[in-house]
Design a protein around this ligand. Structure first.
Ligand code: NAI
Ligand code: MG
Length: 393
């Protein structure tokens, strides 16, 4: 059966890298129809809605999305750039990504951070004898994607009933007399069902892919209720996976130790914000934004996207200089998800060969500062990297 994929390029370099990923998918023999899904800044400016209903309908129908990146700007800029005809009509900018995750309940976010041998951006560390060693980083982060600090339940000047509820907690005492307009509250809500879903997914993945440990990365000694619930559910899940060790680290300590022994970690599981932080930390060890891919998976719908944003300063460079690998690896995660693992593995091994051969590299891999001049200095264009991957398929 031929699949239909909702292709949502978004803004900036999202429009550059998504077509490159589709070229690779085609070359790997993946047969699909692609329908375009509108998302991002242009749709905010022109329609007052960065995630139009027609895109939501397409995702609901076809259930698989490939997404590039979007541009977002602070409140005041968003209001100012809105089409004059739409101004003062009650349109308020919101994040289309967070909204998409919440609308389709894409609660499982998976962010693999695997070093490709030969990548000059791989983390190296000094060894005791004064030499250098390159640890083999192979970590997969499972981040709860819909709850916690990013759920959006927050106020400046909370309404009376919210203040009263907060005041019923003894620890609210120091805040009792703070004027409303000077009081900001962002809630961190976890539910047991969603803690259970993310930790179970993490253990199942560890088992399927041969990882020896699952690490819960939270802060249960201080954030006792929410982090505590995640820890409790991880311990429950661990009983069903006796061959996999359950480790626990605090997010702050994990970031400090990140560079000491990253090779010891396998699967890491965390709530929304700590998962966001720890996944960026590990991504930095394996090449950074040009390599960081992700999957957002719900019960019905799944969306695959690179972690990077729209890098607007590179949008109009011709030829394009950005690294397409993060987007192509995200497309591989899509193939894994729909059972096309052979094609995904073939693409990943073509990428691995391109990296180790080192003849065709974008500016980031050559440690250049980005700009129009990098091509003249020997960096490959986005399209050349894609061509090289395709040539190795
Ligand atoms: P960014 O990820 O767009 O860019 C940061 C820097 O990383 C760029 O200047 C560039 O040097 C480098 N970079 C990013 N992708 C690259 C690639 N594929 N190859 C080589 N180098 C790459 O983040 P920034 O500049 O903070 O935000 C730009 C816009 O993107 C903002 O409007 C922001 O809100 C949005 N954004 C969107 C995200 C998404 O769509 N998921 C995530 C992060 C930011
Ligand atoms: Mg992030």
């Amino acid at each position: 059966m031929k699949r239909t994929i909702v292709a949502m390029p978004g803004d900036g370099i999202g429009k550059v890298v998504l077509p490159e990923a589709i070229r690779v998918l085609d070359a790997a023999g993946f047969e699909a129809d692609y329908v375009n899904g509108d998302i991002g800044w242009d749709f905010w400016c022109n329609e007052g809605n960065p995630l139009p209903q027609r895109t939501i309908d397409l995702l609901a129908e076809h259930r698989i999305g490939l997404f590039g990146a979007i541009t977002s700007k602070p409140k005041a800029k968003a209001a100012a750039e809105l089409n004059p005809e739409l101004q003062n009509k009650g349109f308020v900018y919101y994040s289309p990504i967070v909204t998409m995750r919440q609308h389709f309940d894409l609660d499982l976010c998976i962010r693999p951070c695997r070093a490709f041998p030969g990548n000059p951006l791989n983390f190296i560390r000094k060894s005791a004898d004064g030499g250098f060693e390159e640890p083999n980083v192979d970590v997969v982060i499972f981040r709860q994607n819909t709850q916690g600090l990013y759920a959006g339940v927050e106020w400046t000047d909370p309404p009376r009933n919210v203040r009263d509820a907060l005041a019923s907690h003894p620890r609210f005492k120091p805040f009792l007399d703070v004027p409303g307009e000077d009081l900001a509250v962002s809630t961190r809500i976890f539910t047991r069902e969603y803690c259970r879903r993310i930790v179970t997914a993490a253990f199942e993945y560890a088992q399927k892919h041969g990882y020896k440990s699952v690490t819960v990365c939270e802060k249960p000694n201080v954030i006792r209720e929410t982090s505590g619930m995640m820890e409790t559910e991880a311990a429950e899940a661990a009983k069903r996976f006796p061959d996999i060790q359950l480790w626990s680290t605090n997010i702050d300590a994990q970031m400090m130790w990140l560079t000491k022994n990253p090779e010891d970690y396998g699967v890491i599981v965390a709530g929304n914000m700590f998962g966001d932080i720890v996944s960026d930390g590990f991504a930095g060890l394996v090449g950074g934004l040009g390599f960081a891919c992700s999957a957002n998976i719900g019960k019905d719908v799944a969306v695959f996207e690179p972690t990077h944003g729209s890098a607007p300063k590179y949008e109009t460079l011709s030829p394009s200089i950005v690294n397409p690998i993060a987007m192509v690896l995200s497309a591989c995660m899509m193939l894994d998800h729909i059972g096309e693992t052979e094609k995904a593995d073939r693409i990943r091994s073509a990428i691995a060969t391109v990296i180790v051969e080192g003849r065709v590299r974008t500016y980031d891999m050559l440690k250049m500062t980005g700009g129009a001049d990098v091509i003249a200095k020997g960096a490959a264009t986005t399209q050349q990297v894609t061509d090289e991957i395709i040539a190795h398929l």
